[in-house]
Design a protein around this ligand. Sequence first.
Ligand SMILES: Cc1ncc(COP(=O)(O)O)c(C=O)c1O
Length: 384
Amino acid sequence: MSKKDLRFNSKTIHGGQQPDKAYGAVMPPIYQTSTYAQSTPGGHMGYEYSRSANPTRTALENALASIENGNYGLAFASGLSAMDAVIKLLNPGDEVVSTNDLYGGSYRLFKQVFEKYGITFHFIGMQDAAAIESHINEKTKLIWVETPTNPMMNVIDIRAVSALAKKHQLLLAVDNTFATPYLQRPLDLGADIVMHSATKYLGGHSDVVVGALVVKDKELADQLYFIQNASGAVCGPMDSFLTLRGIKTLHVRMQRHCENGKAIAQYLAKHPKIEKVYWPGFEDHPNHEVAKDQMNGFGGMISFITKGSSYDDAIKIVEKLQVFTLAESLGGVESLAGHPASMTHASIPKTEREKSGVVDALIRLSVGIEDVDDLIADLEQAIG
Ligand SMILES: Cc1ncc(COP(=O)(O)O)c(C=O)c1O
């Protein structure tokens, strides 16, 4: 059986992998080297300088391509540097249509770094894919989708946006950080580029900062490899190793994240002090049908607000949590809680973020894989 034909839960372990050529090591060694001996100028064994390529990074890049059903994977120093590489495909004067409710750092990269180079970004709600078309003009080159969105858990119909992108000959990039390929595979749904903050679920243990891109098309891959090498924001060998190790348990971790996420979403929804819970698994979630169709589950990311929508109440809850850690980031084995308005989304102006629902009373949970009864007990004592 070819490794290309493996099912997802086997690809996480074997996809794109082979024993190391030197001694048959089952896990790729951490090739902690910047350079490689050459017998004559250009006479090397496939690697010449670790910014261009490194064997441990290659093993990770092959795994990334495999789990996302792509042909080419690229690993970066962070999720934002992976996004940075995608925007560098564009030229001054080009326009991008982007999800309005997206990770604050992504918004900051687009607005505060790239707008000054003459690239224009339109941030719009994409829950109704048809509404996107009115923002497309002859300068538009890229549609940037994040789904489910951070932190409002809106779900965007990737197939519908892809049809639009194809009609107007635009690139479609999808930030798949929240869902991971366990739940959703954007390339299969018509996207050209899938991007990850591999810092999150792919790494899975809150011990690396890594980014990833996966594509199917060779020409697009070559352009991105050129930018990766030319700009140099690559992922080091140790982080490549740790991310690869994380990917090997992605499917079992995600299964538990989804189970625990569901139990906690349901607990919060019934709580008398909770006003609103945002989780795409609820039947009354506005994009539940799309989520059911394009995802294999609903994940462990949940946002909620308390009755009265008070900033002080939200802060008191996150301060009281003991099993959940108050921290930036998400997707690790341990449960984290965050206050988007003052943490992950503080770089978005208040008026802008409130338009998409990121109010001061919003709390975001990254539900980990601990015993769910301990997590519920923790929320119970913190909410009171
Ligand atoms: C959805 C999403 N995209 C991109 C990023 C940026 O990734 P990184 O922090 O690895 O640069 C994050 C980080 O929180 C994220 O949550």
